[in-house]
Design a protein around this ligand. Structure first.
Ligand SMILES: Cc1cc2nc3c(=O)[nH]c(=O)nc-3n(C[C@H](O)[C@H](O)[C@H](O)COP(=O)(O)OP(=O)(O)OC[C@H]3O[C@@H](n4cnc5c(N)ncnc54)[C@H](O)[C@@H]3O)c2cc1C
Length: 561
């Protein structure tokens, strides 16, 4: 049984940053990922990463913008930490080898992003996530003596000991189908978000909420799950993202009547208001009949000089050409709001600790909470790095004080029986893909930019029916080698459990705040709802509790852009 001080589940930016920190703190560390690390979803991050690094900017300004962007649901102690530590993190990454864009003077250059009062987004063209991921991976390769990498291993469950402490995980080697227990003194979940709960989504097929569901199953509370970000600019057909960097560079939004409609909704910030505001504005235009017949509005990037588009936005030139048949340097592209990001996740403190002893979480799987009701663009990469590092440091420090742990063989046998039973299902039930399709469409219809009681009740009913149907859903592949079918079945279970908590949170929060807009409760109600919603599993039933929002220096105000 592989045994380590620190086990990190997930090798995106949060996991890799945690591994780097844990190894440097002296811990024997393992990092495990269901895909090769540089194929993690962080690879898709395009527009950039925020930091108040310019002398005329300040961490306080970044923090205030983040608090306001969160619609005052973000915890201000965590936001302060993130924004204070951002400049050093960017410089450290630069020193590691990230080739951030430089301006004409040769200094690190920025672009504007939504909801920010200064241009503070650092970037590498529109492949920022890829650049960061590759540089961090090189650093991990250099640390091979203290770091074991398990690439293409799929974690199926977390393991607790009899005292309720997390002591490791069980994982399947995707190449061979072998199941193994990984014992560890501390475990960091860095397994990303779950956009695949929705259809369409900007998220890759691997974003199936595994870590969120695994933590929930062992009793960790999930916080603010109702806060699902719809990004304003996604392709209607397939959910592909057109980065906010396009609007940061100067692109405009128009309805079908040729009006630059953001003048009505956010006269000061226009297209660079925060994402919840822009997505609601677009959806209102579409719902009120001012969209195009395909249910979209137009993003006009031709406002940006062609040379600059080709230099700074070359990925979306390719996306426009290959997936929408549009040359964005010459004509507007049709877009609409699409599911993009989970602000909620596994509840943690500012060191990444969850309430389950020994279990940490960082990155999109976690809710620390720096994003509250709405994440500002380019704050997620920052969140992964700052809280990935902090979790790695703390988990290593904790592990240094603890005795070696082990996991009984019986636990592995139980897991093997569960997986074998999925593979052995007969063909009486529905296909996994059919259930997933119905889930995604239901969530996108009823738990989207606008929500109400009737739609949410309907969504809950469908999700609960699908949870029953999932128990008998069958798979085609009964082999051991690269059996993606059985993994898809396990992922479906994670997604359905997670979807239930999203709908329950949205039903519970009877107000409108950030990404949660209830047409039946259209006002923000600080008196009753300036609080987090925590959902835990009590037996098989979800249980809802509340926890206070931490306010350090920014009292809630009316939010306008
Ligand atoms: C198209 C797109 C563009 C974006 N652009 C930006 C941007 O410009 N700026 C910004 O700040 N944010 C951006 N974001 C958001 C940001 O990219 C993500 O929130 C962030 O990268 C998540 O990083 P992570 O490390 O938490 O998770 P991920 O990068 O998703 O990594 C998750 C890891 O967990 C592993 N894993 C998952 N489940 C299991 C399992 N069961 N067993 C083993 N391993 C598992 C995966 O293999 C992977 O290694 C963008 C998001 C999208 C979708």
């Amino acid at each position: 049984m592989p045994t380590h001080d620190v086990l990190i589940i997930g090798a995106g930016l949060a996991g890799q940053r945690a591994a780097y920190a844990a190894v440097d703190a002296g811990a024997s560390t393992a990092i495990l990922s269901k895909v090769h690390p540089v194929r993690s979803h962080s690879n898709a991050a395009a527009g950039g990463i925020n930091a108040a690094l310019n002398p005329e900017d300040s961490w306080e300004s970044h923090a205030f913008d983040t608090v306001k962007g969160s619609d005052y649901l973000g915890d201000q102690d965590a936001i302060e930490i993130m924004c204070r530590q951002a400049p050093n993190e960017i410089l450290e990454l630069e020193h590691m080898g990230v080739t951030f864009h430089r301006n004409a003077e040769g200094l690190l250059g920025t672009r504007a992003f939504g909801g920010a009062s200064a241009a503070r987004t650092y970037y590498v063209a529109d492949i920022t996530g890829q650049a960061l991921l590759h540089v961090l991976y090189e650093q991990l390769l250099k640390r091979h003596e203290r770091l074991d990498r398990y690439e293409e291993w799929f974690v199926t469950s977390l393991v607790l000991d009899d005292d309720g402490r997390c002591v490791g995980a069980i994982a399947r080697d995707i190449r061979t189908g072998t199941l193994e227990t990984f014992a560890a003194k501390t475990v960091i979940l860095a397994s990303g978000g779950g956009g695949q709960v929705y259809k369409p989504t900007t998220n890759a097929l691997i974003c199936t909420a595994d870590g969120i569901a695994q933590a929930y199953r062992v009793g960790a509370p999930l916080m603010d799950m109702e806060m699902i970000q719809y990004h304003p600019t996604t392709l209607a057909e397939n959910g592909f993202l057109i980065t906010e960097g396009a609007r940061g560079e100067g692109a405009h939004l128009y309805n079908a009547d040729g009006e630059r409609f953001m003048e009505k909704y956010a006269p000061n910030k226009m297209e660079l208001a925060s994402r919840d505001v822009v997505s609601r504005a677009e959806q209102t235009e579409i719902n009120e009949g001012r969209g195009f017949p395909d249910g979209t509005i137009a993003l006009d990037i031709t406002k940006v000089p062609r040379k600059r588009i080709l230099e700074a936005l070359r990925e979306i030139v390719n996306i426009g050409r290959d997936f929408a048949g549009t040359d964005i340097t010459r004509e507007p592209i049709h877009i609409r709001p699409g599911q993009h990001y989970f602000m909620g996740g596994v509840k943690t403190d500012i060191w990444g600790r969850t309430p389950v002893p020994g279990l940490y979480a960082a990155g999109e799987v976690a809710c620390v909470s720096v994003h509250g009701g709405n994440r500002l663009g380019a704050n997620s990469l920052l969140d992964t790095l700052i809280f990935g590092r902090r979790s790695g440091e703390h988990a290593a420090e904790q592990a240094a004080t603890m005795p070696r742990v082990s996991i009984p063989q019986a636990r592995l046998n139980d897991e093997q029986r569960w997986i074998d039973s999925i593979i052995a299902r007969d063909r009486g039930g529905r296909r996994i893909s059919a259930i997933k399709e119905e889930l995604g469409q239901t969530m996108n219809e009823h738990v989207a930019v606008f929500r109400d009681q009737e739609g949410l009740d309907k969504a809950l009913e469908v999700v609960r029916r699908l949870k029953e149907e999932e128990k008998t859903a069958y798979i085609d592949d009964q082999g051991a080698v690269f059996n993606q079918d059985v993994l898809a079945a396990i992922e479906l279970g994670y997604m359905l459990g997670t979807a239930e908590t999203i709908v329950l949170g949205a039903l519970e929060r009877r107000e409108s705040r950030g990404a949660q807009y209830r047409t039946d409760y259209p006002e923000r109600n600080d008196d009753d709802w300036l609080k987090h919603i925590d959902i835990s599993r009590n037996g098989d039933e979800p249980e809802i509790e509340y926890s206070p929002v931490t306010i350090t220096q920014w009292e809630p105000q009316e939010r306008t852009y």
